[in-house]
Design a protein around this ligand. Sequence first.
Ligand code: NAD
Length: 361
Amino acid sequence: MRHVAVLPGDGIGPEVVAEAVRVLECLRDEYALAVEIEYGLVGGAAYDVHGHPLPEATLQLATSAQAVLLGAVGGPRWESLPIVVRPEKALLGLRSALGVFANLRPAILYPQLAGASTLRAEVVSGLDLMIVRELTGGIYFGEPRGVRTLENGERQGFNTLVYTESEIERVAVRAFEIARARARRVCSVDKANVLESTELWREVVMKVACRYPDVAVSHMYVDNAAMQLVRAPKQFDVIVTTNMFGDILSDEAAMLTGSIGMLPSASLNETDRGLYEPIHGSAPDIAGKNIANPLATILSVAMMLRYSLHEPTLATRVEAAVSTVLDTGLRTADIAETSHACCSTRAMGDAVIAALRAPLS
Ligand code: NAD
């Protein structure tokens, strides 16, 4: 039996997570998926009850589960709280407690939604790229850091970009393994012409590449990668990069698809335990209205099936069910073109479950 911790969080989190859990339950009841689901509080919802966005009970639940499904955290209600108890603090706490060093962000443009991108359809149509971002090292964590006052009285802000060989190696291995199950191409993004730490990054990636002769490797400077992502994004299969470069490039890649409500993510540790969440936030502007798009969270369940529960066939079935539903023209407001009537969060969940139940053609 695999344990899945479900942390709905705030805003639209509980609404979209409810649909994703119904999908998991459907797989449990009708496809014999051996899974036990347990709920925990996180974010503002946890603060309201326990005075902390990541209570000990939630941390225990998350660290003992094979996978964690998270909705989203945060909202105006908690914005004036001290930073240490803000809902968003729970995200960093969860990531570091779970040791999830590899953040996987696919940017997939479903052909049915080609009109949603700001780029021309021929540039993005069929886009299917995976960004693997290093998540627990680099400049976001490096010491020393801070703001100091120099002898001349001027203040100076400073951060440190550090990577050890083992930190680079483990995320590179993950990227090559993922590429093996895809189109077998890895592009490592760095700034090796300027930054010594990413010179080492490139060196280690090249060493790892020798262990994967069946995967083509290339290297690109981050400024060029940012440009290539909007010029010809379909040239990429898997991109692996540092924490900060990945943060920026994955948001850029997400917007190629034009629909924040469609994009899932996974963050994995060494033993395939993972944190799965849609890339969007708690969307307070539409919370409680039953109009949010649950597909990013449902697709996060598909990633969970593939990477933590080792059920690739069921993962593919969920992804195919989403595609079938899009084929029917059903759209939530965020992905609707004017010709489509918008459906509710629940109706979208119902349709995915109906497609899952339909016999395979
Ligand atoms: P957001 O992603 O919540 O919303 C941005 C826009 O996209 C909004 O107009 C929203 O209505 C829309 N949107 C988002 N998800 C949608 C969905 N599934 N269906 C339809 N429309 C959707 O970003 P924001 O407004 O900058 O942040 C709102 C709150 O969420 C803040 O408190 C922020 O800190 C938090 N946040 C949390 C996470 C997380 O939990 N991982 C990530 C980002 C932001």
